[in-house]
Design a protein. Sequence first.
Length: 468
Amino acid sequence: MIGKITYLAAALCLAGGMSMKAQSRLTLDSCRTLALDNNRQAKSAHMQLRKAAYEVNAYRANFLPRIFAQGIYLFSSSDYRYRKQYPLVDTDALTGAMNRTPMPDWEKQFWGQFFSRANVDLDIWLKPHNMSLAGVRFEQPVYLGGKITAAYKMAKIGRQMAQLNIARSDAEIILKTDQAYWEYVKIRELRLAAQQYREAVRRVVDDAGHGVEMGAVSENDRMKAQVKLGEAQVLVREAENGLRLAQMNLCMTVGLNLFDAVEPADTLPDALPATLPEDIPDVSVRAEYALLRKELELKKEQVNLVRSEFMPQLTLGGGYNYLNGVFINDSKLFDKPSFSAMVSLKIPLTQWIEGSNRVHSARADVSLAEYRMQESADLLQMEMVKAWNTWDEALLKTSLARDEYLQTQENLRVVKDRYELGMETVSGLLEAQALWQEAWSKYIEARARLRIAETDYFRTAGGTMLRD
């Protein structure tokens, strides 16, 4: 019973391990989708877009009035006493007579609200013990020299640049994904070619061993075959190790675990495109060029923003407040609401020297941005031409490599037939096999480079690279 349980447990563990290591077949499009979803660079570009959108909304809010609720409470233990006696006695400087000075009319009007008779000696206690203020205040900028409009336009340009940056980032991620994908496919086919070459050489080694026993093959030829078999085994081992690294690189590129078992669903196609696009598009289709134009627009708005700092500024304000507190003797001085309005106008008078120089500095930045855009446009156009040339050369090399592979394949067939008839030596057969394996490897390499060159051209041309 214990033996059966142990056997069953071992079988379940083995089945579980096989299911965990089951390979996932990935197409090129699925790899691109995974890379765009999981790549940190893509996530960073999308986060920049969200940040730019938030900034646009924040600057849009500057067009609206700002409303504040305010409240103040003051507690003070200090008392302020005011004492004054009426009528006052004053001495005439010329006659020396004593004159009584009556209370002025304004004091009569002011103090009369607190006393029944104005011509009395004053003894006033000011008590600001508990004072409170509550109300609502608003501010509405009317003209700030164009600062709010310029800042809002700059925020919108920043959002557009973030969208263009996503397009550029996606193109770079797709190119990197294609490179990793076709590298994996290439090494798989190189491993297959190395394995077939090893098996072919092994058969030659076996035949040479029998030939040596029969005296039909020299020991030297058998040793040559053995050396070729060792070289073939090295090729297989190198392909297996490279395949493991290529698989890990593809997993890392698309955002999977490094040790996930994946398998490409595509193979390197044998069919070659008949012709390449004849007309290379203008540089204006590239996201990089559009980013340069947006940067130039940003610099122009920066000029308006700097100028606004030295322009007149007009602001409206107002408030509705309720003030309570401050006792004079036993009467409360403040105990009612009030409405206030304010117009603020600020006109710079002496800052025009600083403002003029700062505006000229901002305009110089615009000129520098124009120079950079012109230079970068030429470089981008050259990059597009270079990518087209690389694609064209890769197509030619692939065509030549295919012809060479077909020729060596036919040559190997002829040499093998002659070897079986005893009309060809072991050395000749080994040489034909080596040429065939080398030509096959070159053809595989050329097809992989052709696919990557095609993707790189579409990246530089600004077109979509997600094939149907």
